[in-house]
Design a protein around this ligand. Structure first.
Ligand SMILES: *Cc1c(COP(=O)(O)O)cnc(C)c1O
Length: 429
């Protein structure tokens, strides 16, 4: 159904659910009865298939012991490569350009250590002032390792409105002294999707390498990293990709960089057939596998096997279509039902500029989030100082849940029930 046929009734939400080609995937997930989960952008829910593959790998340890590295249904020695091949289409990469390894932050360190090679004249890194802090800390420490002062050498593009970063402003900062650009695909607070193709083209036209943090888009937004010629990317698999808490991360390296020795190495950087020769001279893998360090976290890879089956069946194209429809519907309802109640939609309105979540600002955001959770069993997430992030996820959320969410918000505002909560965030929020 198209946007123009919007109607604020519950019957309309139910009709959208009845017409949803992805609706059957909801049964694949463990949803808590009576709870509306809208936090899949922080931690995706557990699927039955993930539970199955986790148990299969636990069994492989039980049954095979050391032989599990090379035997069983999913030999552990090749599992990072297998999952890289299977997740490549999600980011638009060749099967050997993706490896599932490390964490977002450790992967950024490995990639920055490889692709940031400052010279006396080109020695700056571009990021943004709205970046996730871990990325900034990592880039600051990489500069420190080169004896470069982050105050001077880390350029953080300013936001004009505190929410969005304009591509023009990033391009204007691409001067001759910039060696590397590291940007989010989708900004974690406002949900803005940057124009990755354009930024990559502009960076390359100036001889600058560019990489992306895909944490808030991979699994929600399709990418074409190879076609766009992105140099590298890294992301976590535990948000939209539902690989479980602490699930192993993913990284992409453009094949034109294969053969470049990684800036940080370990024995898993080796060509697989050479690794057990145990030589002290490393022969790096001639693919993204070279960017691994040590032994893979097998039990934290296991749930991702099952989760990826679901993505292969659902396809990113259909997932994106539904995700956009869900967030559009949520924004329409917010505009219709919550007008005059102090809410501001902070994410861009255009489909090509937004990711998978709605970013709702309110000066009482903390207390509203607590009321949603404690009184209404609706799980949002709060980002200081004033953002309620709501992520209706295409695989397991419904239009009816979005409708209920907006009705609950309306009731909380009308009854002012948030007033009885303290204006204080939790440790994890
Ligand atoms: C979630 C997230 C991270 C988390 O990094 P970890 O190393 O997985 O803890 C980093 N960057 C962004 C943009 C994120 O959204």
């Amino acid at each position: 159904m198209s946007h123009t046929s919007f109607d604020p009734s519950l019957a309309y939400a139910e009709a959208l659910d009845a017409n949803d080609e992805l609706a059957h995937f909801r049964n694949e997930f463990y949803l808590k009865h009576g709870t509306i989960y809208l936090d899949g952008n922080s931690l995706g829910l557990m699927s039955k298939r993930s539970e199955r593959t986790l148990m299969e790998l636990i069994d492989s340890w039980k049954e095979l012991g050391i032989d599990g590295w090379t035997q069983g249904k999913y030999p552990w020695f090749y599992l990072s490569e297998l999952l890289g091949e299977r997740s490549a289409s999600i980011v638009g990469a060749g099967p050997d350009e993706v490896i599932v390894t490390g964490s977002t932050t450790s992967n950024l360190h490995v990639l920055a250590a490889t692709f940031f090679t400052p010279t006396p004249t080109r020695n700056k890194i571009i990021a943004t002032e709205l970046d996730f802090p871990s990325d900034i800390y990592a880039l600051q420490s990489q500069l420190n390792l080169h004896d470069l002062d982050p105050e001077e050498h880390l350029i953080r593009i300013k936001s004009r409105d505190g929410r969005l970063i304009e591509e023009e402003d990033i391009i204007a900062a691409m001067t001759d002294d910039v060696a590397l650009i590291v940007l989010p695909t989708v900004l974690y607070r406002s949900g803005q999707l940057l124009d990755i193709a354009r930024l990559t083209m502009e960076a390359h036209a100036r001889g600058i390498l560019i990489g992306f943090d895909g944490c808030h888009s991979v699994g929600a937004v399709p990418h074409e990293f190879s076609k766009w010629d992105v140099d590298f990317a890294y992301w976590c698999n535990y948000k939209y990709l539902n690989s479980g808490p602490g699930g192993v991360g993913g990284l992409y390296v453009n094949r034109k960089h294969f053969g470049r020795t990684p800036g940080l190495t370990g024995w898993y950087s080796s060509r697989k057939d050479k690794q057990f020769d145990m030589e002290h001279a490393l022969t790096p893998a001639e693919n993204a596998g070279a960017f691994q360090l040590g032994t893979p976290h097998v039990l934290s890879l296991a749930p991702f096997i099952g989760s990826l089956e679901i993505f292969t069946e659902a396809t990113m194209e259909k997932l994106r279509r539904k995700s956009l429809a869900l967030t559009r519907y949520m924004m329409d309802l917010i505009a219709h039902e919550l007008d005059g109640m102090g809410f501001t939609i902070a994410n861009p309105q255009e489909d090509h500029r937004r990711g998978g979540h709605v970013s709702l600002e309110h000066e009482e955001a903390i207390r509203i989030c607590r009321t949603l959770k404690e009184e209404h069993h609706l799980i949002p997430d709060f980002r200081a100082p004033n953002i309620i992030r709501l992520a209706p996820v295409a695989l397991y959320n419904t239009y009816s849940e979005v409708w209920q969410c907006v009705q609950i918000l309306k009731r909380i505002m009308q009854e002012k029930s948030y007033e009885k909560y303290e204006n204080k965030r939790g440790v994890v929020a």
